[in-house]
Design a protein around this ligand. Structure first.
Ligand code: ATP
Length: 493
């Protein structure tokens, strides 16, 4: 049922222009996607909302737009060049490459009742295996532990299904950073990386930001932009892609003056509110999950994930981590600079600690669409209406204007006047549609979440009023043209 929902969404994405497979003309390129006209508007609306909420409406957060191509020393200092690696295995029969942790976690979630008591291990322990079955998580496991689990439990390949546990290659590591060779410099000097996360940009620009602005602790630097990871696991549409967009904030504070637990909880509340109040997602589909000690990075004092119930299960949407002063410390050590800020009250130098909320914009996009997707059969007669009940703030198109018939010049002229007037006055896109019959036009607009359709009919020529139809209720109202812009604007906020 839930997997079916993913199929329905994927079909809608292509049919209506939300998302297309990347490089589609040439047979596609795995794990890449192009956003179509409607998807582009939706993702832009999500990004604008995020930026407004976390940057423009606050006094304590400034923005940054760092280069996607970055010095190799940044990623050596951050540890990514050495450690940003996924463990993977290849099925020897069908050659499918799978991330080992995902293979195990998915298998455990489907085989929770497995008897683990009679198994014997060389590197694993019974306790570790029990924890994995209880939490459905194997983060932090060594290559040997992952490999032993696959063998002991004879995990089959998820693609060809028949493979017993012994038909896998050894578990190996694969670095997710994309290296680049810059043309102007030879050898090692020319090595750069496409950024694997936006976060490092904020640490690298820290000194420039404090020297060029009036920020005082506590303050944040926010960034919205593309990141690149050579991901192994495929599927689930735009949930995990090799090129994706992140919205990250590094919130710097003095641990002697600010209580990190209070700040952490404030951030949790803001992330929750943004998802439910700004994006309009149902709180029943959200939950918090705290990282266990083995899963958390050694420098982090607390990490929690805000998870959303996607059609393929609860998955990470937004991470929140208290990263201490680890990142600034690493960059200070590797660059030879002192990355400190002056406390104007005590005149002391402070190396700030940091709390980092990090979200994938494409995951917000998928979440919003999944949450808004409704099949409405209330009209009876077996007819099912697919409606995207998107918050009007997010809707790609705000209003669609129709002439009742397309071959009546006087109707077209009147409808064009209404269309032009709304295009001028409505904040957002107003579209024109005169194809097919009215029913089909409603159907098409419902599927892309257009909150209002305005029809100009023969009565309009007499009474200067139009029919306004509400997407969610399908109720139609007659509104005078002189009132129309104001009426719609109040409904669209
Ligand atoms: P995951 O465990 O799902 O791989 P992560 O813990 O590695 O994610 P972070 O490095 O914390 O992710 O990145 C912050 C956010 O960026 C994630 O919460 C997620 O929303 C998003 N994100 C990470 N990797 C991808 C990806 N390959 N495609 C789309 N979004 C991603």
């Amino acid at each position: 049922m839930a997997e079916n929902q993913m199929d329905k969404l994927s079909a809608l994405f292509k049919r209506r222009g939300f998302v297309y497979p990347g490089s589609d003309l040439y047979g596609g390129l795995a794990n890449t996607y192009d956003y179509g006209p409607v998807g582009t508007e939706l993702i832009r609306n999500i990004k604008n909302l995020w930026w407004k909420y976390f940057v423009q409406k606050r006094d304590d957060i400034v923005g940054l737009d760092a280069s996607l191509i970055s010095h190799h020393k940044i990623w050596e200092a951050s540890g990514h060049a050495a450690n940003f690696a996924d463990a993977f295995v290849d099925c020897k029969k069908c050659r499918t490459r799978i991330r080992a942790d995902h293979l195990l976690e998915d298998w455990i979630s489907l085989n929770k009742d497995t008897d683990t008591a009679n198994k014997s291990y060389e590197v694993l322990t019974h306790e570790k295996v029990s924890v994995a079955f209880a939490t459905e998580k194997v983060e932090g496991w060594s290559l040997e532990e992952l490999g032993e689990f696959i063998k002991v439990f004879e995990i089959p390949c998820t693609k060809c299904k028949e493979n017993p546990g012994t038909e896998w290659t050894d578990v190996r590591k694969f670095n997710q950073l994309f290296p680049l060779q810059l043309g102007i410099v030879e050898g090692e000097q020319g090595l750069a990386y496409l950024r694997g996360e936006t976060a490092q940009g904020m640490f690298v620009a820290f000194e420039n930001v404090i020297n060029s602005t009036r920020v005082r602790l506590p303050f944040g630097i926010a960034q919205l932009g593309k990141s690149f990871r050579n991901e192994i696991t495929l599927g689930n549409s735009v949930f995990r892609t090799i090129e994706f967009e992140q919205g990250e904030i590094e919130y710097f504070f003095d641990p002697k003056k600010s209580d990190w637990e209070l700040l952490f909880n404030d951030w949790k509340e803001m992330m929750w509110k943004f998802s439910t109040e700004q994006l309009g997602v149902s709180s029943e589909n959200l939950r918090w999950r705290e990282h266990a000690d083995e899963e958390r990075s050694f420098y982090s004092k607390r990490t929690e994930d805000l998870e959303y119930k996607f059609p393929f299960g609860f998955k990470e949407l937004w991470g929140l981590a208290y990263r201490t002063d680890y990142d600034l410390g690493q960059h200070a050590k590797n660059s030879g600079k002192t990355l400190e800020i002056n406390d104007p009250e005590t005149n002391e130098k402070v190396v700030p600690h940091v709390i980092e909320p990090a979200v994938g914009i494409n995951r917000l996009f998928l979440m919003v669409l999944n949450d808004a997707y409704v099949e409405d059969s209330s009209a009876g007669s077996g007819h099912v209406r697919v409606v995207l009940k998107l918050h009007p703030r997010l809707a790609p198109y705000k209003v669609a204007v129709f002439p009742l018939l397309k071959n009546k010049p006087e109707l077209i002229a009147k409808a064009q006047d209404v269309y032009k007037m709304l295009k001028e006055s409505i904040d957002g896109i107003v579209v024109w549609d005169d194809r097919g019959n009215i029913g089909k036009r409603y159907l098409a607009q419902d599927e892309i979440g257009t909150p209002f359709c305005v029809t100009v009919d023969f009565d309009t020529l007499e009474d200067d009023a139009v029919t306004v139809r509400d997407r969610d209720t399908a109720v139609q109202e007659r509104i005078g043209i002189s009132e129309l812009a104001k009426y719609l604007a109040t409904q669209l906020v």
